[in-house]
Design a protein. Structure first.
Lengths: 284, 284
């Protein structure tokens, strides 16, 4: 394993942060992992489970010896946290994250980093509906893609180390510009989440317990509506403009199908269904 | 096993019809199963696989000795097929089906049945994205709900026999009025399918190969877009009015979330996400 870091600090020891720590340990990482988070109770549990070696609720104590800091919080917290930790960072420290939106984070955080310290944004495409330290697993990132989004000013050496780190936890690294990343993930991830939430609310409102009548199709289709509302509100906020474009585009497709049904244009409807089926077939 | 039929005819020997035959045989059914369908090639394959005992492409030969006829075709074919078979039905024969929309079928088919013969509509909540005889399995209906939809004039004895038949193939029978059935399934099944097709088309249109970037959430959410376009066009046609209501209701929920994002009302958005999460939690 090619890991250039000895002391790692994980900010937010939940599903993402905890799984990162467990994956490092499973790979034989010999350094120290310190966790910091909102609630001492969760940190105590993480230590008891062997996920982290130390914990603290003080930013200075958490980061002052860290060669690498992983921000594993909802995206909205990344910038405020960097504002709190930057004066305590060790010379040469590297900060990375797991946020699902990258453009704003890269733009806001890069200029905040003191000279000689670097931020390299990452978005591992991994998750479960279940959240919290109890759901963390060393396998979460195994064979998952991890999009790393260097900005115009990203340090090349820091980038290389962060790429190796994400490979070390088992993920397949893809490099992408932050703006391109956010446009693509508005479509393939943020839009589907908003649609799943809308679908559940729309169905649930019609009749008590109506969701019980659904089969496997409905369960599969609405599973992501179990995701954390706080996390997804933050993602929508951070990717607002792209997401609004995606939502408008989606709404016009729904309207189109609705109009075909309204006009009883059944060949036209079948044609749209066939196009979708064909496009979807590339996925598995 | 309590099956009141000796000769069973299955019209349409694909996933649904083939699985029905396999389930009967797995339960020790000793009678004869005759298959009829559009293509001789498929029927030959079904016989070779041991799914059916005989096959024919002539309606008269298929149904004249049958105590029970199962219509296992897309919903749009049920009525035209009944018009073709009714003069050949055996005295006392019972016809049932697997259609996903019930109100129109029950209304159209009941008056077509000759005196002493009966139609009892059924909708087994079972399916796979994979279709055709190759995907048929004796387990398809096991523990799946099967909605049976007696109309005002349904014969009580025929109803009882059809209920026992669907229980014999492993399903859990629920009785429901056809109109109520169609309203509920517009919401929990037909709407989600149309939304999945719209979602795939909407995403696929933005950029070549963009779907490849999606994770498990997108795959789960769009899996039902792999369903048969012909089958789902028919379902939309048969449940047009309910489905249009569901689509309008859904579109207004999407608009509501879009407006919250547009207005940057993040607490309002989180509140909607939380409502959806809570409603969805009852499902697993």
């Amino acid at each position: 394993m090619n890991i250039h870091f000895k002391n790692i600090c994980i900010v937010g020891v939940g599903l993402m942060g905890g799984s990162f720590a467990l994956a490092l340990k499973a790979q034989g990482f010999k350094g120290k992992i310190t966790g910091i988070g909102r609630t001492r109770k969760n940190l105590i549990k993480a230590k008891r489970l062997g996920v982290i070696d130390f914990y603290t609720t003080e930013y200075k104590a958490a980061v002052q010896n860290a060669d690498l800091v992983l921000l594993a919080t909802p995206v909205g917290w990344a910038e405020p946290i960097v504002r709190k930790i930057r004066q305590h960072l060790k010379k040469g420290a590297i900060v990375t994250d797991v946020g699902s939106v990258k453009s704003r984070i890269v733009k806001k955080i890069e200029p905040l980093m003191p000279k000689g310290m670097h931020f390299v944004g990452a978005h591992p495409i991994a998750g479960r509906e279940c959240s919290g330290i109890e759901c963390a697993t060393a396998e979460l990132y195994r064979n998952a893609r991890c999009i790393i989004t260097p900005g115009a000013h990203t340090d090349k050496k820091a980038l290389k180390k962060v790429v190796q780190l994400w490979k070390a936890v088992g993920s397949k690294v893809v490099l992408m510009e932050p703006e391109k990343h956010d446009m693509i993930f508005a479509e393939v991830s943020h839009l589907p989440h908003v649609v799943a939430y809308a679908l559940v609310n729309s169905i649930a409102k019609t009749e008590n317990n109506i969701l019980h009548h659904g089969g496997k199709g409905l369960r599969d289709m609405t599973r992501i509506a179990l995701s954390s509302p706080e996390l997804w509100r933050d993602i929508c906020e951070h990717n607002r403009k792209n997401l609004l474009n995606s939502l408008r585009n989606f709404s016009s497709h729904v309207s189109h199908l609705t109009h075909l049904i309204q006009r009883s244009d059944w060949p036209g409807l079948e044609n749209e269904f066939s196009k979708a089926k064909e496009a979807r077939q590339i996925l598995e």
